[in-house]
Ligand binder design. Structure first.
Ligand SMILES: [Zn+2]
Length: 235
């Protein structure tokens, strides 16, 4: 299968579905990652232009650990993700038409901040538009409106998963990948007093507790025709 995961900031996919992506890659599936925002405002000291570049490198290093074939960067400045912006929709459509995904993973539409919510809506819009023959972009239309899975919200707040993946075998890979986002891990420790690796391990452990394994990630399927499926697509 071709698996496309679209997150908002460069580290969001590692947080929400990094263990699942590593599992897909281990099973021989083609994993593609994409972040819409470039993460340029995720620091109080490092200036946006420099930080945007650093975070691109961090995301690529992390994607390599998870086994991703490519890490796309739509390069929207932080706080400007907009699901109605024609260029942003087109950019996501191009990636979908290039990857031709059997499944797409993105944020839940009720996650904790606007860029995450807009990313969710952007992916929902683009995954429909990519199938429309007269929606013109450089690439050919992709006829499948792929099943869309929402990953956990930050800290799992307000999110009751419907499906779980057992990431016991890939939790350390997930955390190793997340640790590549050095600018964020360090900043959150200093600025917010948060040990983010422990934060993410805790959520995975809690989802594991719910699903009778050591570590898990939780997902919900977007309920809209024709995205529903009769078989399990998650690993
Ligand atoms: Zn984020």
């Amino acid at each position: 299968m071709n698996v496309l995961a679209v997150g908002c900031h460069p580290d969001d996919l590692e947080i929400g579905c990094g263990g699942t992506l590593a599992l897909y890659a281990k099973q021989g599936h083609n994993v593609f990652m994409c972040h819409v925002a470039n993460g340029d405002k995720g620091h109080a000291v490092i200036m946006p232009e420099e930080l945007g570049k650093m975070r691109t490198f961090e995301a690529e290093a992390s994607g390599a650990i998870l086994g991703a074939k490519n890490v796309f960067n739509i390069n929207v400045p932080d706080l400007y993700v907009n699901s109605h912006d024609e260029k942003q929709v087109n950019d996501v459509v191009e990636i979908i038409r290039e990857v031709r995904p059997d499944i797409i993973i993105t944020h839940s539409p009720d996650d904790y901040m606007r860029d995450h919510v807009e990313t969710s809506l952007l992916v929902f819009n683009a995954s429909f538009s990519s199938s429309i023959p007269h929606y013109d972009t450089k690439s050919k239309p992709f006829s499948l409106i792929a099943p869309l899975y929402y990953m956990d919200t930050l800290a799992g707040v307000g999110f009751l998963p419907e499906e779980y993946t057992d990431i016991t075998d890939t939790i350390e890979t997930k955390l190793e990948a997340l640790d590549k986002h050095e600018s964020q891990i360090k900043w959150m420790k200093v600025h917010d007093g948060i040990d983010f690796l422990d934060f993410v391990r805790t959520v995975s452990k809690f989802r594991g507790l719910q699903s009778n394994v050591k570590y898990a990630e939780g997902f919900r399927l977007c309920k809209g025709w024709p995205r529903l499926v009769t078989k399990r697509l998650l690993p």
